[in-house]
Design a protein around this ligand. Sequence first.
Ligand code: SF4
Length: 412
Amino acid sequence: MQSNFSITNVETAAVVKGRLLEALESWNAIFPEKRAARILLKPNFNSNFNALTGNTTDLRLLAGVIEFLQAKGYSDITIGEGTNSGFVREGISVIHRLRADRLAAAYGVKIVDLNTWPETVKVALEGGAVVEVADLLVTSDFIINMPKLKTHYEVGMSVCMKNLMGTCRGRENKKKIHGNLGYNIVHLNQVIKPNLHIVDGLFAMEGNGPSRGTPVNFGKIIIGTNPYQVDYLCARLVGFPPGEVKPVAAAIKLGHITPEEARSWDAIPIAAYQCTFKKPKVSPLVAFVINPRFQKHLIKIRYAPVISQICSSDLVKSMFYKLGISQEWIQNDEASLSFRAKDVDCGTCAKCEEYCPLGIERAAILDGGGDRCIGSLYCCSVCPKDAFVLSGHSGFYSQQINLYGEIIRRIA
Ligand code: SF4
């Protein structure tokens, strides 16, 4: 494997952090010399579906990267993410719903919402548009992009390049990117240049991603320094022609991926890691709505004050969701849950402990998680004996249970 790209197989949940730490050791030379360097981690917290659905960055990877950095003596670590526009519009903190805020507190690192970050830098987009992105993405000393590997109904796949959309400040700016998604994502990547990309390919997503596809226990961590190369190779990894992934196609057209580079990336032997994912399939109506020729006009209409008000009614939201125009049916109801295991004979199983982002021991998990528990509920999702009883108010979380509960238990 070339030195600026690595793929790590993660055979079981028990070895996630160990494999990650081994992989990161081989990248040791690129981390900053100064232990006081300001390090920014940019995960993908696109929606409130947790990592096991294939939608968002796995908290086990985030915890593993923080543990690696802290063990090396780095003390100024920030997690920064700006979740998607629908949640912003509703005033919902996905960072909190995914319990990333509690993870940050458990490790004593900062966490910020890039949607409300006060200082920005401007990035020029197609057609003279200008977008504002959080300036942390250019002022931090070292940036680690931590995207999810997933399909995307608009652009084919979402990996390193697409993950930078979360750096755009608030709805107004995110909206501008949709004016010409593939090309504008490339423009973002020409200004924001993370030093390292760590792709969460543990529970990836196939089909109609990013939020309505199917999770796949892919068991891979992909690391690289060049987002174009990593995305190109991730497309090959899941059996997609790279040129069909819109940001990759745009990067080729704009000359950021040369024919020589593409040929050399085609020659990298990755057959041992490959798997064929189902591609997103969209209806003719959705294909029309996301067609770049019409999308910028449709967005203007969609966000006109009166139309916007009509579109925010539950009736219209549910209709858009059923027609596939909206990927999310956002639930405003917060969850407040605790858990405890019924009397269960676990035998040699320790899945709940292996999936716990903090590695809390099984005995404590069975008893409700204890003081260190951040409430990710990964443990309850993966138990093959369905031993956990949830109490309290399930709120938005019931949507994940209904859509993904059974499949997560089956593939974990
Ligand atoms: S996942 Fe379920 S069966 Fe396995 S150790 Fe935990 S409680 Fe026991």
